[in-house]
Design a protein around this ligand. Structure first.
Ligand code: 5GP
Length: 220
């Protein structure tokens, strides 16, 4: 990891033994449920816990869902260069821990980042080998129905989230993979397939590949 001109970090793909996966989606597309199942079933994946200034929601745990900090604490960390990227989302600050990403991936773990589209596109610039995955709802009406069914938001909130969704889905063509979450099991299978494919990339296989090639190069 090296410091870029703007004080942020750039990670060369060769420095990481694990892959960095970034997942984005509008609220209600099923991203959280997909990520939770993935983290339960695929032990090679580690979730990067972000820092945020937003208050914890019911059921959220410190250090598991987020590190909940106040604005002054967040800003101190930002000045010390503790974040790979940070963004203002819905009036709250969110930042990805540089240490968590760098150390996890250097240990050979796959790191999963749950980021908004600004964060994802910044990560693509800073970690060129990162794999960007967008979870898309099957349509606008389907998303509206899901948000209404969730029951946690009033009509104004649903309208606000749909407005935000538009800005997010517009960025989906810039991602490496788009998973349309029509049917949960299919979407989950596709997410697993993306991870498996990334693990088979020649670059990622290079250390083992070279060892095998060396074996073949010795005449017996
Ligand atoms: P929520 O408050 O609903 O958990 O998250 C709001 C948005 O912030 C989601 O789109 C989520 O992906 C994004 N987010 C969470 N952590 C980070 C982060 O560290 N950086 C960026 N850029 N976005 C984040």
């Amino acid at each position: 990891m090296t410091a870029a001109a703007d004080g942020s970090f750039v990670v060369s793909a060769g420095a990481l033994r694990g892959s960095v996966f970034v997942i984005s989606a509008p609220s209600g597309a099923g991203k959280t449920t997909l990520c939770k199942r993935l983290l339960q079933e695929d032990r090679a994946v580690e979730f990067s816990v972000s820092f945020t200034t937003r208050p914890a929601r019911a059921g959220e745990r410190e250090g598991v869902d987020y590190h909940f900090v106040d604005r002054a604490d967040f800003e101190r960390r930002r000045e010390r260069g503790e974040f790979v990227e940070w963004a203002l989302v819905g009036g709250h600050l969110y930042g990805t821990s540089a240490t968590a990403v760098k150390e996890g991936a250097a240990r050979g773990r796959d790191i999963l980042l749950d980021l908004d589209t600004q964060g994802a596109l910044n990560i693509r610039r800073l970690i060129p080998g990162a794999v960007l995955i967008f979870i898309l709802p099957p349509g606008r009406m389907a998303l509206k129905e899901r948000l209404e069914k969730r029951g946690s938001d009033g009509p104004e909130d649903v309208a606000r989230r749909l407005g935000l969704a538009r800005g997010e889905v517009e960025k989906s063509p810039a991602y490496d993979y788009v998973i349309i979450n029509d049917d949960f099991d299919t979407a989950y299978r596709q997410l697993r397939a993306v991870l498996e494919a990334a693990r088979c990339r020649t670059e990622r296989q290079r250390p083992r590949l070279e060892a095998i090639l060396r074996e073949f190069s010795v005449d017996t």
